[in-house]
Design a protein around this ligand. Structure first.
Ligand code: ZN
Length: 135
């Protein structure tokens, strides 16, 4: 793991939350993106070398909708930057962590992503993310 790449925050209303985080961080989101496969709308803020990702469910069955239903708004995951996501997934599997998928998938912000089950990490959903090389 290289560094904390971003912290994901589940919100009910992303346009309202964008205003709140713009006021909090003193800068506007640099990117907004819908991730159809995850049923979410996201926006990203920079804060130094880390980022904040806001996530609103666009589908009532999405993991974000279920998270908010159960626990309310708040910190949803911590994402770590990795250079070789396959190797890191293998390493964590060998360490006994439960991964949510066998393979990485395309996430928001031009990343390959994979998740570690919160039960494996003291209640924290951990995301691994690797920048996709632009051709
Ligand atoms: Zn994320």
């Amino acid at each position: 793991m290289e560094k904390i790449e971003h912290i994901g925050i589940a919100v009910k209303n992303i346009s309202e939350a964008n205003k709140t985080y713009e006021a909090l961080l003193g800068s506007a989101p640099y990117k907004s993106e819908k991730v159809e496969s995850e049923g979410v709308e996201t926006s990203f803020f920079r804060c130094g070398e880390s980022k904040i990702e806001l996530l609103e469910a666009t589908d009532p069955d999405s993991p974000i909708a279920k998270f908010i239903e159960k626990r309310g708004e708040g910190i949803h995951h911590i994402a770590f930057a990795v250079t070789d996501i396959w190797a890191e997934m293998e390493r964590l599997k060998n360490e006994g962590f439960t991964l949510l998928s066998e393979k990485p998938k395309k996430g928001a912000d031009n990343k390959l992503v994979a998740f570690v089950h919160p039960k494996s990490a003291n209640g924290v959903l951990v995301e691994l993310c690797q920048e996709i090389e632009n051709k």
